[in-house]
Design a protein around this ligand. Structure first.
Ligand code: FAD
Length: 300
């Protein structure tokens, strides 16, 4: 049964958008133009990432606060354990609570030396994401807490049982939703979901969708974070190095095909890694049946 043909405004598809905190004035301007373009689509939340080792602590906070005060969006702040003591992390959580943020994306983070290096917890810090979730819950019970999930396994997990046990620990600690690492092979996601549900994990698992802005960069990053690049995907981008316009059309087609296939498989929630750009994400949401709502109809 192909559910994609039933998609229309109000069919129950729900989306969220991820942004990263800008470094320069120019990047700041492009972030806010993307936010303005995507806001009328009525995302259930928008999230702002936290730089490796807390390097964007202030910028993440500023971006989240601006979303809270200048838009009608519900911002979620990413937070990691790496490089900080529990007291420091707790202080950040309380500061978010004080300004009215009610959603944290709780992560362990990558080692300070970069992806692939050996992870060593901070001596006074939260060791893993599950510990951070428990810490957040000790501070307040009225946070939504999202965590990560890996349809192709986290690179450091020795096997599937370690992977699923870890997700279960995060749920038992109080996580209310998981957002997946991006993937391109929907069969892998479906197999993963079977494992998750068989383990009795019942929170929403929202697929993370990466519209490919730059295929070369995506290949390099995917090799590090454990996302496989199917042959068919590489073939689709082959020969387009000098043709940015076609690359963008192909990127849009690839991501639309992926989300519509997920819709056919019964998925209703999607999280988009926007890379602070609106164009591809907006087009894919349009294909999902979403239309910009007039300002007065947008959620207060
Ligand atoms: P965890 O869930 O803690 O797991 C990490 C690894 O440790 C797994 O292999 C797990 O099996 C293992 N493990 C867990 N507990 C134990 C234990 N008790 N003993 C032994 N091993 C254990 N990174 C950032 O720096 N900033 C961000 O904003 C950010 N946002 C992200 C958003 C999403 C949706 C995703 C999927 C990833 C994001 N990341 C971000 C990347 C993330 O920080 C890395 O993937 C990191 O390597 C793992 O973080 P985690 O929260 O998944 O870790």
């Amino acid at each position: 049964r192909f559910r994609r043909f039933e998609l229309d405004q109000g069919t129950g598809v729900s989306v969220s958008f991820e942004f990263f905190p800008p470094k320069t004035d120019k990047m700041e301007a492009s972030l806010w133009s993307a936010v303005q373009r995507l806001e009328p689509l009525g995302p259930s939340f928008v999230s702002v990432t936290y730089g490796a080792g807390g390097s964007t602590r202030e910028r993440t906070h500023r971006t989240v606060e601006r979303m809270l005060t200048e838009t009608r969006l519900a911002p979620a702040a990413h937070l990691t354990c790496v490089g900080s003591s529990r007291a420091e992390v707790d202080e950040i959580v309380r500061a978010y609570h004080d300004i009215g943020v009610r959603h944290i994306v709780a992560l362990r983070g990558d080692p300070l030396e970069g992806l692939g290096a050996i992870y060593r917890p901070h001596p006074d810090g939260y060791d893993y994401a599950s510990d951070l979730v428990a810490g957040i819950r000790r501070i307040s019970d009225d946070f939504e807490v999202s965590v990560s999930a890996y349809p192709e396994r986290h690179p450091e997990s020795p096997d599937w049982s370690a992977e699923i046990d870890n997700l279960k620990r995060k749920v038992d600690a109080g996580a209310t939703r998981a957002i997946t690492q991006y993937f391109f092979d929907n069969d892998l996601f479906e197999t993963f979901m079977e494992k998750v549900r068989a383990a009795g994990i019942n929170i929403p698992i929202v697929p993370g969708i990466l519209p490919i802005v730059n295929f070369e960069t995506t290949m390099v990053f995917s090799a590090k974070c454990g996302t496989s690049i199917p042959h068919w995907l590489a073939r689709r981008f082959a020969g387009l190095d000098q043709d940015a316009e076609t690359r963008k059309l192909v990127a849009s087609a690839v991501a639309c095909e992926q989300v519509l296939d997920l819709v056919d498989r019964g998925v209703t929630d999607f999280h988009f890694y926007t890379m602070n750009r609106a164009d591809l994400t907006f087009a894919i949401c349009h294909m999902l049946g979403l239309r910009p709502a007039p300002l007065e109809q947008q959620a207060a």
